[in-house]
Design a protein around this ligand. Structure first.
Ligand code: URA
Length: 239
């Protein structure tokens, strides 16, 4: 059976999303081995009024797929949540548990692919299928002004979700693109264990990306706490 597309443009897939047969089979096998784990499509985490959307790759097997919150329990989460706390984009403490009380401020975290893929490698077809959820996720954030893509797959998926041509917006760590919708797309290397161990991405490099994002958000004015209403166009970046 081939991959299907979601029937409706909803921003979050059902926990037992059945669109990608290989991911369903992997999830079922994982549930057999670890019945207490989340083992489902991991929902986005954060504020519906967010001005910043962070797009990761896909849940880690023993991290987000276990806990049910993006980057939670993943090695990558240590750096991501630590940096968000440092830049005032999160409050509380990150303790790698969904009940740690951590809250995001003016941002939301999602993944290009919502279900854990074998060997952490989604296929192009799975990325394309799940892109419908990313598109709906982006469309459902009325105050969105910036997107941070963690890695090339997140970058390419974001461009696909927004109908932008990849050739016009090449991925580059530290690059800021202004997309035709007016949203700013910031790129970073993914904050994975591999990238940090090899020092392809250092904590300082990651902080520099967040400093640029914070500058842009500050230039746009204060955070909007209440959602500005569905169906409104994307608020454009001033800078
Ligand atoms: N965990 C996630 O949720 N996403 C990633 O991209 C990596 C780890």
């Amino acid at each position: 059976m081939g991959l299907q597309t979601p029937a409706a443009a909803v921003p979050e897939p059902p926990k037992l999303c059945g669109l990608c047969p290989r991911l369903v089979a992997f999830r079922d096998a994982n549930r057999q081995m670890e019945p207490t784990w989340f083992n489902g499509a991991v929902p986005s985490f954060g504020e519906e009024s967010a001005r910043l959307l962070i797009v990761g790759l896909a849940p880690g097997l023993k991290g987000a797929n276990r806990t049910g919150r993006p980057f939670t329990g993943d090695y990558a989460g240590e750096l991501l949540y630590g940096t968000l706390l440092e830049f005032g984009l999160a409050s509380g403490r990150y303790e790698a548990r969904t009940d740690d009380g951590l809250a995001l401020i003016d941002c939301m975290i999602t993944n290009a692919v919502r279900c854990v893929p074998p060997e952490n490698k989604p296929t192009p077809a799975e990325i394309a299928t799940c892109c419908a959820y990313l598109k709906a996720r982006i469309a459902a954030l009325p105050n969105l002004v910036a997107i941070l893509a963690l890695g090339r797959i997140a970058h390419d998926s974001t461009l696909a979700a927004l109908g932008c041509r990849k050739a016009h917006f090449p991925f580059g760590h530290g690059t800021r693109h202004t997309l035709p919708t007016g949203v700013a797309l910031f790129d970073s290397f993914h904050c994975s264990r591999y990238n940090t161990n090899t020092r392809k991405l250092t904590p300082e490099m990651f902080r520099a990306v967040f400093a640029a994002i914070k500058d842009m958000l500050s230039a746009c004015g204060p955070a909007l706490k209440a959602p500005a209403g569905r169906g409104r166009g994307l608020r454009r970046a001033r800078a």
